[in-house]
Design a protein around this ligand. Sequence first.
Ligand code: G3P
Length: 225
Amino acid sequence: MKITQTPLVILNFKTYLESTGDKALQLAKALEQVAEETGVNMAAAPQGADLRKLSEEVNIPILAQHIDPVDAGGHTGSMLLECAKEAGASGTLINHSEQRMQLADIDMVVNKINTANMTSVVCTNNIPTSAAAAAMKPNFVAIEPPELIGSGIPVSQAEPKIVEGSVAAIKEVNSSVRVLCGAGISTGDDMKAALELGSEGVLLASGIILAPDPKKALLDLVSKI
Ligand code: G3P
């Protein structure tokens, strides 16, 4: 299912053991429950091998973490858009700081995703790259300063100018592109601050995945919006 509604929470499962395999399914079910209980839109971005299981068993949008800039054929080890789509992915993260891509490759994947009527979420690391990403017409740009990723220091409270500046730069280039922010986000105050800065949601990972009770952490995350 293509993501159209905000506010939006995207949980990037990365490669934590706490969000791998059977635990990925449990976590996705927690996202589904919180979405049902609170009405806030939730999406999960698990590893490629978990895409199909989660898509089949959980009723929230499931995104790939990465799609390679390749067409079908001889590209051993790559994640093909068509394969992710058939496994149930409704879109993908693109150019995450932990999986950076070249400009032309980001553009190729955004175009393929848009053509397939799937959801494109391009991650960026600063205001100029946010503006460049907006020019490629993705559905979402997610601004994530790499130095704050996994730090527990929330971008929305520690670096509000990067979020506000990215929102302004993105909207100037293309007002229909929606903005998310991420890095260090974990609490209701962090998410509230993100929305107040003009972001329409958050992209996050460790604050929820490594929490002793991820469902409780998710409920706290959306408690102030
Ligand atoms: O994609 C989400 C991400 O990079 C932020 O990670 O652990 O700081 O929430 P984290």
